[in-house]
Design a protein around this ligand. Structure first.
Ligand SMILES: [Zn+2]
Length: 165
């Protein structure tokens, strides 16, 4: 079952369009055109209409989760679009950094990802490990182990996720 990415305005503005089928609503396209040049809208995406009954449904869910005051009309349409795709047995993944949207998607049981998610990668932290006592040191100033006096070898101490805020 191929996934369909339902993307919000920030995806186009940041220029992080996912690879694959990308759909959005007309309001998003209009917002992007207001803010940036059409250049960022260059790659393939399609614009989908939204059903009133779906908007009504997601609006109810927003009220239920307490997010109604925090979602825009555009947000509601994106949620309605994702909801419709799910009803049609597609696998929508909503791409948005908006916490209210993500919260409502949790309730709708629709997966989502942050706009910058593909930026998350492992950051390698280099350091030194003592060949004798195996203690690890991050300082590059050391020549020998300050604990036991043995030599140090350079190695990867850890890998951590880089989360781009
Ligand atoms: Zn040592």
């Amino acid at each position: 079952m191929a996934g369909v990415f339902v993307v919000d305005t920030s995806v186009f503005i940041v220029g992080k369009q996912p690879e694959g089928e990308v759909v959005t609503v007309q309001e998003v396209v209009d917002e992007v055109k207001d803010k940036v040049s059409r250049y960022n809208l260059g790659r393939g995406y399609s614009v989908s209409d939204v059903l009133d009954e779906d908007i009504t449904h997601v609006k109810d869910v927003c009220i239920e989760t307490g997010d109604y005051g925090r979602v825009s009309k555009t947000d509601l349409k994106l949620l309605a679009l994702a909801y419709r795709l799910k009803l049609e047995n597609k696998s929508p993944v909503v791409v948005s950094d908006d916490y209210s949207i993500q919260n409502v998607l949790e309730k709708l049981n629709i997966p989502y990802q942050g706009v910058q998610q593909e930026e998350i990668e492992k950051e390698v932290v280099w350091g030194f490990r003592c060949v004798g006592c195996k203690r690890e040191f991050s300082s590059k100033e050391l020549e020998d182990c300050p604990v036991c006096g043995s030599g140090l070898e350079e190695r990867i101490l850890k890998r951590k996720d880089i989360v781009d805020d």
